[in-house]
Write a protein that binds this ligand. Structure first.
Ligand SMILES: [Zn+2]
Length: 198
């Protein structure tokens, strides 16, 4: 099992390191955290992955693939609460000529108006570490949990999310990485535009 790729081990003695009561949570390989307590990157808390996380991330990957096939930046996201997908979105910078339709913001927009209480029990699944804009939206709505596909091609606001008490889980998906690597290699100028760089 390899949730983390920086090789860091959790400090089990740290006061903030504690395993949550099991809620159908398993490690990605099905092992229990008690036996294999590897952390995710930047993690100072519990390292567990919900058993539904991989399948929900798959919905975000599907959006990323659709975006790629449309000629767009291949990043997708889904907002989920109470086991229900509220909104699925993808980066529409190219497709819509949009400066603000990232995977996460598009998923939020498509979820429509939701009561604060719904956001506060939701999870944002996104194929890539969320940029500062999307991190801000996640914080604004009090979304307590973010599951990311990868952060090897880009690291967004994960530290800020963690510092504000948001749980961040990195599934380190090879497919998410490959989607981004291929896009960045082919369209570096569009990618730079998307993250506000020249
Ligand atoms: Zn973003």
């Amino acid at each position: 099992m390899a949730i983390a790729h920086d090789g860091a081990m959790p400090d089990l003695a740290a006061p903030d390191y504690q395993l949550r009561p099991a809620r159908r949570r398993t490690c990605r390989d099905g092992g229990s955290a008690e036996h294999d307590p590897l952390p995710r990157r930047h993690d100072t808390r519990e390292p567990m992955i919900d058993s539904d996380d991989a399948s929900l991330l798959e919905l975000a990957i599907e959006q990323a693939r659709i975006g790629r096939d449309e000629g767009g930046v291949p990043i997708g996201a889904v907002l989920v609460a109470d086991g229900r997908v509220l909104g699925a979105g993808r980066n529409r910078r190219v497709q819509d000529g949009s400066a603000i339709r990232h995977g996460e913001t598009d998923a939020l927009e498509r979820a429509g108006r939701q009561p604060a209480s719904v956001y506060r029990r939701s999870t944002m699944y996104t194929t890539l570490s969320p940029c500062d804009m999307c991190t801000g939206a996640i914080l604004l709505y009090g979304i307590p949990r973010v599951v990311i596909g990868e952060n090897r091609t880009f690291v967004g606001g994960e530290e800020l999310l963690l510092s504000r008490g948001v749980e961040v889980v990195n599934l380190d998906s090879a497919e998410c990485m490959e989607l981004m690597r291929a896009f960045i290699a082919e369209h570096p100028e569009i990618w730079n535009e998307d993250i506000g760089e020249d």
